[in-house]
Write a protein that binds this ligand. Structure first.
Ligand code: PEP
Length: 250
C-alpha cells in the first residue's frame, strides 16, 4: 500500500511574515491529513520553516538543487546544504526550470542522481505541453523524460524517489487534467517502470500536479494510480492546502 503524499511548491512567493503565517496555519491543521505532507519553500525561508515544523509530521523539501556538492558555483545551493537545514525532498525537473532555466533531460538526470547521492529524495517532474498533447505524443514525451533517469540511475533508484506527472498546460492555468486523463498517463508511467522492475513500480508514488485544488482533489486523488499531488497555487493558502491534504482516499 503506497502512502499518499501532498507536497506544496511555494515557488518564488512570500515574505518572512506571510510564510510564517502560512506554515503556522498548515501546522495547525496537518493532524487531519491522510497523506505525507511536504512543503517546499524558497531556499532563504527553509530554516525559518524548519523551526516551525520541528517535531511535527510536516516534511521539508527544496525546489531545486545544484548537481555539484560545493565550490565555485555562484548562486547555487548544494545537496549537503539542503540536508544541513533539514530537507528530505528536492523537486527536480519542474517544467518551469526546464522551460525558463534551460534544464535539459541531461541536467535533470544529473541533479536527480546528485539528490540521491546526498541521501535526499527527488520529486522528479515530467509532463507534456499542450502542443505535444494535441499531437498525440504525451506518452512518448513522458517516456523520454523518464528514460533520462532510468538510463543513468536505473529503475532501482526510484525506490527512494517520487514522480510527479505535471501536464505543462495544467500548471498555474486553472485547467486541470480530468481524473481520467491523469489516471491514463499515471497508469502508463507505472506500466513503463514495471517493465524494468515490477516491485519498484508497485511501490512508487506518482503525484499529479496541475491546478489541483480543494474542489477537484478528492476525485483526482481517488484514481488508482494517483498517489497524491504536487500543488502550486493552492499551496499558498493554508486552508486550501489542508483541504487537499484531507481529500479523498489518496
Ligand atoms: C506546480 O507548479 O507544480 C503546480 C502544480 O502548480 P499549480 O498547482 O499552480 O498548477
Amino acid at each position: 500500500m503506497r502512502q499518499p503524499m501532498v507536497a506544496g511548491n511555494w515557488k518564488m512567493n512570500g515574505s518572512s511574515d506571510s510564510i510564517k503565517e502560512l506554515i503556522t496555519g498548515i501546522k495547525a491543521g496537518v493532524g487531519e491529513a491522510n497523506a505525507e505532507v511536504v512543503v517546499c519553500p524558497p531556499f532563504v525561508y527553509i530554516p525559518m520553516v524548519a523551526e516551525v515544523v520541528a517535531g511535527t509530521a510536516i516534511k521539508l523539501g527544496a525546489q531545486n538543487m545544484c548537481a555539484q556538492d560545493a565550490g565555485a558555483h555562484t548562486g547555487e545551493v548544494s545537496g549537503p546544504m539542503l540536508k544541513d537545514v533539514g530537507c528530505e525532498y528536492v523537486i527536480i525537473g519542474h517544467s518551469e526550470r526546464r522551460a525558463m532555466y534551460g534544464e535539459t533531460d541531461e541536467v535533470t538526470a544529473d541533479k536527480y542522481s546528485a539528490v540521491l547521492k546526498n541521501g535526499l529524495k527527488p520529486i522528479f517532474c515530467i509532463g507534456e505541453t499542450l502542443e505535444e498533447r494535441e499531437q498525440g505524443i504525451t506518452e512518448q514525451v513522458v517516456a523520454h523524460q523518464l528514460d533520462a533517469i532510468l538510463k543513468t540511475a536505473g529503475a532501482a533508484s526510484l525506490a527512494n524517489a517520487v514522480l510527479a506527472y505535471e501536464p505543462v498546460w495544467a500548471i498555474g492555468t486553472g485547467k486541470t487534467a480530468s481524473p481520467e486523463q491523469a489516471q491514463e498517463v499515471h497508469a502508463f508511467i507505472r506500466s513503463k517502470i514495471a517493465k524494468e522492475d515490477a516491485v519498484i513500480a508497485e511501490g512508487l508514488r506518482i503525484l499529479y500536479g496541475g491546478s489541483m485544488n480543494p474542489a477537484n482533489a478528492a476525485e483526482l486523488r481517488s484514481q488508482s494510480d494517483i498517489d497524491g499531488g504536487l500543488i502550486g497555487g493552492a499551496s499558498l493558502k493554508a486552508d486550501d492546502f489542508l483541504a487537499i491534504c484531507v481529500a479523498g482516499q489518496g
